[in-house]
Ligand binder design. Structure first.
Ligand SMILES: [Cu+2]
Length: 130
């Protein structure tokens, strides 16, 4: 095995480990939105090949502001869609875009890119924050 083969092999192994980590570990634990000034639940979500965090928990009946921080130019992520809330919004590259709504019912709601390839989940829960 030549040194180049070894480099390619190690690079491949590193890529596989990263992909596994990215899809199965990163963003797995839900992030609870904090209630900031003005009584709005706010969470910042990084958009870069996916959503991080990809699972967000909010409380029902309180205004929500999701701030999408898009750090790429890849066309895939240029739109954010929250079908349950009738939201479809363009996310300019390398800037933050806020999406605001008030969830009136509890449940699980998806947010996706315009083509439904990138996915995240919004959990709306009743009651007080833990
Ligand atoms: Cu897409």
């Amino acid at each position: 095995m030549s040194p180049l083969d070894l480099v390619v092999l190690l690079g491949g192994v590193a890529a596989i480990l990263w992909v596994n980590w990215y899809f199965f570990r990163a963003g797995r634990s839900p992030v609870q939105a904090g209630v900031g000034a003005g009584g709005v639940q706010e969470v910042e979500i990084v958009v870069q090949g996916g959503y991080e965090p990809s699972q967000v928990r909010v409380r029902r009946g309180i205004p929500v502001r999701l701030v999408f921080d898009r750090r790429e130019t890849s066309g895939c992520s240029e739109e954010i869609v929250l079908p349950a809330f009738g939201i479809r919004k363009f996310l300019p590259a390398h800037s933050r875009t806020a999406v605001e709504f008030t969830p009136e019912s509890a449940g699980e709601f998806d947010f996706t890119c315009g083509m439904s390839m990138l996915r995240g989940r919004l959990t709306v829960a009743d009651g007080e924050a833990p």
